[in-house]
Design a protein around this ligand. Sequence first.
Ligand code: ADP
Ligand code: MG
Length: 290
Amino acid sequence: MKAKMPPQWMVETHQLTRIYGDGESIRALDGVDLQVSPSELVAVMGPSGSGKSTLLNILGALDLPTSGQVLINGQDLVKIRNKDAFRAHTVGFVFQLHNLLPTLTACENVEVPMIGHLGGRARRKRAEELLELVHMADRMNHLPGRLSGGQRQRVAIARALANNPPLVLADEPTGALDTTSGQELMNLLRELNQSQGTTIIVVTHDPTVARQTNRVVVMQDGRIVRQDIIQSPLEEDLKVWRHSHLGQHIMNQEIEELQEIEISRAEVQAIRSVLQRGNMRQLPASPSGS
Ligand code: ADP
Ligand code: MG
């Protein structure tokens, strides 16, 4: 018997198309080719209506494509008979609005997806561990109504991880949060990505969130029109710096002129060499892109 190789891609789509309605039909997705490696953290950006949620819903088997192919962890979604079992074990969803059950405590909410898969005690134990992982151990027995927006999203992430899925899909998880809570949530997703090796796809409008991922996929009119590899947050910061007024000034002026602002030759050279180091690789747009 041939040993089963782990699939090369956690997510692989070929010419994925989703058309809504008939007559005046809407091409929500129009020939999307996307590949996401295991353990990658990817941001999906693009204007409202560009197909981001449609893409996530299909990847999570909540919706079906009109045409094209989707492989998740090597499994062809169209061929999966038991979609519920697939969803329970392969994907975890985090939505913009947490949709926790209001009458259940944080811990009970996290236990819900494990019902039917684990016994009562094991469920409780796992839920407690997960809440610890998302730094919510001290709020375990609170009802959602007594938690802040950021805390509810943490619980929603713990719930998404309940059955240890290799893939987490997050649709604007920071959308309803203030900047600080959004930042904390993103740190948490990064932590999970690094410590658990979970593949994460996060839809966001926030460039600061996107900068903290490995890759940004930009959508427009149901197509992927651009993909940027993010080298590291530091390099992204350097890029911003390099293109700033001050950065340009330091890079382009004669050193003697810069000494007017009381900056030494050694300082200018040090700053220049740091600014030069940041370097972002940009993938070509997909052939169907505009
Ligand atoms: P985004 O998440 O990027 O804002 P969506 O994926 O929600 O975009 O929507 C993409 C396009 O598909 C939009 O034009 C939207 O109006 C349309 N659409 C989404 N869901 C439905 C639906 N259930 N029925 C009809 N059209 C839909
Ligand atoms: Mg959306």
